[in-house]
Design a protein around this ligand. Structure first.
Ligand code: GLA
Length: 554
């Protein structure tokens, strides 16, 4: 062998182990360049079923059940251990300690067992001094002092954590700092700590949930996207109660759906609104209600995180939760929030554009009786011409129809019909069409009570589901009613008039949810008592004023 060739081989032999040992590091580094959570995270979490009543055994048997049922292969691949896994105190070196009663082998062993099943491993911590269950938190102690964000992030990385849920109980706000500023500081610190440990860890932030119903909610919703991949915006799904296993939990599903749906403007691939756990298939949820939850969450591109005893799910429930075609709506790469096409006292109709040019349509029967729905493509913003036809697949039954002029379904109480449609060329591309809603600060936690619809009569009222509540947002920023008039900022206030391309008919939509008129720079405002039918006014835009915050078709 020529000496040059020999020395090249020698150099390669010498370098090989060095290069080899760098592979995990290289992989991790390249992982950071990729978009984390490009589609909504999926998995399982113990909380809504077990609360603090779990051990490593329960966690691992659920992990195995995810694999055995095939749900893991359908995408439910991250197993997260929620609150109560740790002791109240740190050890002598200041580290968190897994509760030895629950985790006799320690946490690294559990992480290893979960990884060995081909799953990812998630863990819970808290941005405050203590978790909601009063175990050791990562945040500043009450009264001030050193936080543990970086120390804990290092520990999590050493265990192989892939996903962190950071709750927001007991966050300390020093004198002179607002609550909101204290939360922001804590979540930003965790985000920096996760970046510093060099392992791609999906970061779920609970911060907004601690501001639900306050004006600061919208401030928090504008900054969480800078730090993490998903965030809980509101109240918890009702927990399973072993003492009363069949107590209905559907009301909490509807409420979480209600508060999540108007937040479409905050989400995009890599940044998701989290409407909390999928409890479908668990106690207190009928099969119809379980179908509804999966369909609604999928229409919203919400994270699909099961929280049930997976080993006890019925074959019907597994078929619902594992429905590939519905999951594909959730995981669609565009990541759009559904548009609320209409909301009547009984029925919600939703529409969502998909990446491949198909669209998804769903209809939820919120009432206690069956309803008949008939849906024409013009309702979703397609051309209202007779040549516009759709190929449609009912995603629950699998039934396919070709070139239909409308979708028809009889929907059982609490059930949701969902279709994937392919409109014909004559339909054109859909306009942004649907309701324009305002949410209330009512504490009743009820879909109907939470939203008010803008109507072509020039007022804001209880949503009735009629054509007067259907609007098109034009590419130029006009708000066009179903009788083809446009909302204009007149001297007397906002009125409907013939559409013309003038600044007084152009509305700029902000991330906070304001509609700002291009001519007078004022905000579209609902006037009068919130529970009554309200008139429209133009007023200077105020920060987070609830009667100036609107949700538009997405
Ligand atoms: C909060 C969260 C729940 C769960 C519990 C744990 O309520 O919203 O999801 O993590 O804390 O204590």
């Amino acid at each position: 062998m020529a000496p040059a060739k020999r020395s090249l081989i020698l150099v390669l032999c010498f370098l090989a182990p060095v290069l080899f040992s760098a592979v995990p590091w290289l992989r991790a580094a390249s992982g950071q360049g990729r978009l984390l959570a490009a589609t909504p995270p999926m998995g399982w979490n113990d909380w809504a079923h077990y609360q603090c009543g779990f051990t490593a055994q329960a966690i691992l048997s659920n992990a195995r059940a995810l694999v055995k049922t095939g749900l893991a292969a359908r995408g439910y691949n991250t197993v997260t251990i929620d609150d109560c896994w740790m002791l109240k105190d740190r050890n002598a070196s200041g580290n968190l300690q897994a509760d030895p009663q629950r985790f006799p082998q320690g946490m690294k062993a559990v992480a290893g067992a979960i990884h060995a099943l081909g799953l990812k491993f998630g863990i819970y911590e808290d941005a405050g001094s203590a978790t909601c269950g009063r175990f050791a938190g990562s945040g500043q102690p009450q009264g001030g002092g050193k936080d543990h964000f970086l120390k804990d992030a290092r520990l999590f990385a050493s265990w192989g954590v892939d996903y962190l849920k950071l709750d927001g109980c007991n966050v300390y706000a020093p004198p002179g700092s607002s609550q909101e500023a204290a939360y922001r500081k804590a979540y930003a610190a965790e985000s920096a700590a996760l970046k510093a440990v060099g392992r791609p860890i999906v970061f779920s932030e609970s911060a907004p949930a601690y501001f639900q119903g306050t004006p600061e909610w919208y401030d928090v919703l504008t900054w969480v996207r800078l730090y993490g991949q998903l965030w809980r915006e509101g109240s918890d799904m009702a927990n399973f109660n072993a003492g009363n296993p069949n107590r209905s939990r559907f009301r909490s599903v509807l409420w979480n759906y209600a508060y999540n749906l108007p937040l479409g403007r905050f989400q995009k691939p890599g940044n998701w609104n989290d409407a909390d756990f999928i409890i479908g298939g668990d106690g207190g949820m009928s099969l119809a209600e379980s179908r509804s939850q999966l369909a609604l969450w999928s229409m919203m591109s919400a994270p699909l995180i099961l929280s049930s005893d997976v080993g006890k799910l019925s074959p019907q429930a597994i078929a619902i939760l594992g429905n590939r075609a519905v999951i594909a709506i959730d995981q669609d790469p565009l990541g759009r929030m559904a548009t609320l096409v209409r909301r009547s006292p009984d029925v919600d109709v939703l529409f969502k554009a998909l990446a491949d040019g198909d669209d998804a349509v769903a209809a939820l029967d919120r009432s206690a009786a069956p309803v008949q729905v008939d849906l024409r493509p013009s309702e979703f913003g397609f051309a209202a011409n007779a040549a516009c036809r759709m190929d449609a697949r009912n995603l629950w039954t699998g039934a396919v129809q070709s070139a239909v002029a409308a979708l028809h379904a009889r929907i059982a109480a609490h059930d949701t019909a969902i279709w994937r449609i392919r409109p014909s060329a004559a339909c054109g591309r859909p306009a942004r069409k649907g309701t324009i809603v305002m949410t209330t600060t009512s504490r009743r936690r009820d879909v109907e009570d939470y939203t008010r619809c803008l109507s072509a009569a020039g007022r804001v009222e209880a949503c009735a589901g009629d054509a007067g509540e259907s609007w098109i947002v034009t590419p130029g920023g006009a708000l066009q009613s179903s009788d083809a008039r446009c909302l204009v900022a007149a001297k007397s206030g906002p009125v409907l008039a013939a559409c013309r391309p003038v600044p007084a008919q152009r509305w700029r939509y902000t991330l906070k949810g304001n509609l700002i008129n291009a001519a007078d720079r004022q905000c579209l405002t609902a006037a009068g008592p919130a529970r009554k039918t309200q008139s429209l006014k133009l007023q200077p835009c105020e920060d987070n004023q609830p009667n100036q915050i609107w949700s538009l078709p997405n």
